[in-house]
Ligand binder design. Structure first.
Ligand code: HEC
Length: 389
């Protein structure tokens, strides 16, 4: 499973970079085309660039070329494979072993129900977005953004009730990612096919067609940063653990959309960019102070905690999984290869232990070994005494 996990993650990463990279490039291109007067017949803008040891010259047509070129490159497999590898990775990490990774400890839904609810969320998210965007609301993009924010917020609180915090984060990321890929598959590709059809038949181009594709591609552009941040947040328990996890997720969504908006305004040389960036910065500061979980405080009485005492806690609460020979029923090899069998291993990894048990309560995993608050305080006292020496 680890091999499969690594291969899928690698593939997901690469296809994702290819897709989002192309999307960033075309957005940049749109903003930077030279559209000043004196363009060639039928051309709306052009761009000169130098890259990788060569000069490039590029032109954008007002509608379509006189003749359809023999080789026309379509950007679509990058997006499709990002979804395919992403969903497969989701299955390997969260659906396989759902009772540990997907379902929150103490939640009474079965793994099967959890998996169904996860997939249902991805479909429902798309249906809501698609219907809103097909309706006349699409003319008011701020309203679409607001509706999507509400969808994200409700989903975050809903999935936080039944899923582990990490799974909840990835679930929301996946829901937005699905919308992005479905936008390509169901709307952007068909409208490009109509464009090609019009070129072959030399027929009038309805403004409709271009507009539909444009809106979806624009929305995808705004979804990119939230999705990327949510995906990497997986590696930082300070974001996903703690009681405020759904609010942290909503804050991440708002802030990263604002950052995208800032780049778009600047790129299009429109006003309001600085204000948008200032707002994003203020919100980040508020989120930093208000939402990040409080660290566990060391024991009040300054009692000196011996290694033996700390080690007893670690062996009882951690080494059931983090050992060369774990006793846990699910984790038969040490998760992440992380072992806490010897004093040397514990001391060498004291910062990691601190991050996972004191700065956040993301370990023990799902608090399966029922570590108490007092044990965390004792561990905190011991870890603090180490850093003083
Ligand atoms: C029920 C099994 C289980 C128990 C008990 C457990 N962990 Fe973990 N631990 C995991 C899993 C699974 C991962 C990998 C997923 C993750 O990083 O969240 C992990 C990852 C970690 C990591 C990250 C390692 C790395 O290299 O990224 C640290 C640090 C850690 N655990 C510390 C602890 C400590 C300290 C305890 C005891 C207080 C503990 N764990 C108890 C299952 C467990």
């Amino acid at each position: 499973m680890d091999w499969l996990n690594a291969m899928l993650r690698f593939a997901h990463f690469i296809t994702g970079i290819a897709w989002i990279g192309a999307s960033f490039y075309f957005n940049w291109l749109e903003n930077n085309l030279n559209r000043s007067v004196g363009q060639k017949e039928g051309i709306s803008g052009h761009l000169w660039a130098v890259h990788g040891g060569g000069f490039y010259y590029l032109e954008k047509f007002k509608s379509y070329p006189n003749e359809l070129p023999k080789h026309l490159h379509w950007f679509k497999w990058e997006a499709y494979f990002t979804l395919i590898t992403g969903f497969a990775l989701f299955c390997v990490v969260y659906y396989y072993n759902a009772s540990s990774y997907l379902i929150k400890a103490g939640s009474d839904i079965s793994s099967f129900t959890g998996i169904l609810l996860s997939i249902a969320g991805m479909i429902v998210g798309w249906l809501i977005y698609d219907n809103v965007t097909k309706s006349s609301l699409v003319k008011k993009q701020w309203l679409v953004s607001l509706i999507m924010l509400v969808v994200v917020a409700i989903s975050a609180f809903f999935y936080a009730e039944i899923f582990t915090p990490r799974a909840m984060f990835i679930q929301i990321g996946a829901m937005i990612g699905v919308i992005m890929v479905f936008n390509v598959f169901f709307v952007i590709m068909p409208s490009q096919r109509q464009l090609v059809q019009a070129c072959v038949e030399k027929s009038e181009l309805g403004e409709e067609i271009g507009f539909r594709g444009y809106i979806r591609s624009r929305n995808n552009n705004y979804f990119t940063l939230p999705v990327l941040f949510i995906m990497i947040s997986n590696h930082y328990p300070i974001f996903y653990s703690g009681e405020n996890a759904p609010i942290v997720l909503i804050a991440i969504f708002v802030i990263t959309v604002l950052i995208r908006h800032y780049f778009n305004l600047e790129g299009e040389k429109k006003k309001g960019g600085k204000r948008t960036l200032a707002l994003a910065t203020i919100l980040t500061a508020i989120a930093f102070y208000a939402l990040i979980p409080e660290q566990i405080k060391p024991l009040k009485n300054n009692r000196v905690v011996s290694f033996e005492e700390a080690n007893t806690i670690i062996q009882n609460r951690c080494a059931t999984c983090h050992s060369k020979s774990p006793s846990d029923d699910t984790f038969t090899t040490a998760p992440s290869g992380f072992t806490l069998d010897t004093k040397q291993e514990i001391i060498n990894t004291k910062d990691l232990i601190y991050t996972r048990t004191i700065s956040s309560d993301s370990m023990p995993f799902g608090n399966k070994t029922e570590m108490t608050q007092e044990e965390r305080q004792i561990l905190a006292s011991w870890l603090n005494s180490l850093s003083k020496n």
